[in-house]
Design a protein around this ligand. Structure first.
Ligand SMILES: [Zn+2]
Length: 151
């Protein structure tokens, strides 16, 4: 009789938990640092959802009615691409960035994507970050197993 085993490797970032999609892209303490950058800049009270589908549902509820909100929409993809690149670098090349460089890679990528994909005109780096800080002053974002949205 064959037994089915699900092998789950250890997370390449924290090296503490099993690597699952939801851990790697949402709950890992390294990834959490990236979420904190954007949530704290935008002054969002963050109750993290269980999985990435719930996160995307919540994230969209923040609002994407203006061209500048497109910048907000790309945040999850920016975080996940940064995480994936770091994960692959550790897995396949044996190279690790420290936490500070990891965070800087995400911010630089965010700026690059804003400049390339979203912005009509070239803007300075701090103008891009300034948008994140001013858009939803004091908004609380709650994502949980019962759904999510703005409070
Ligand atoms: Zn981890």
């Amino acid at each position: 009789m064959k037994r089915k085993f699900q092998l789950c490797s250890r997370c390449y970032l924290c090296e503490e938990q099993a690597e699952t999609v939801n851990h790697l892209f949402l709950h890992c303490k390294w990834t959490d640092q990236l979420w904190r950058i954007f949530s704290s800049l935008r002054k969002i009270t963050w109750v993290k959802p269980r999985n990435i589908v719930q996160l995307l549902n919540c994230w969209i509820n923040i609002g994407t009615t203006t061209i500048k909100e497109e910048r907000w929409r790309i945040v999850p993809a920016c975080i996940w691409w940064t995480v994936w690149k770091e994960r692959d670098q550790r897995c396949f090349e044996g190279k690790k960035n420290n936490l500070q460089n990891f965070k800087m890679n995400c911010i630089a990528l965010y700026y690059f994507w804003c400049k390339q994909k979203v912005l009509v005109q070239t803007e300075e780096f701090f103008d891009v970050l300034d948008f994140v800080t001013k858009s939803t002053d004091g908004v609380s974002l709650v994502c949980n197993t019962f759904g999510g949205g703005l409070l």
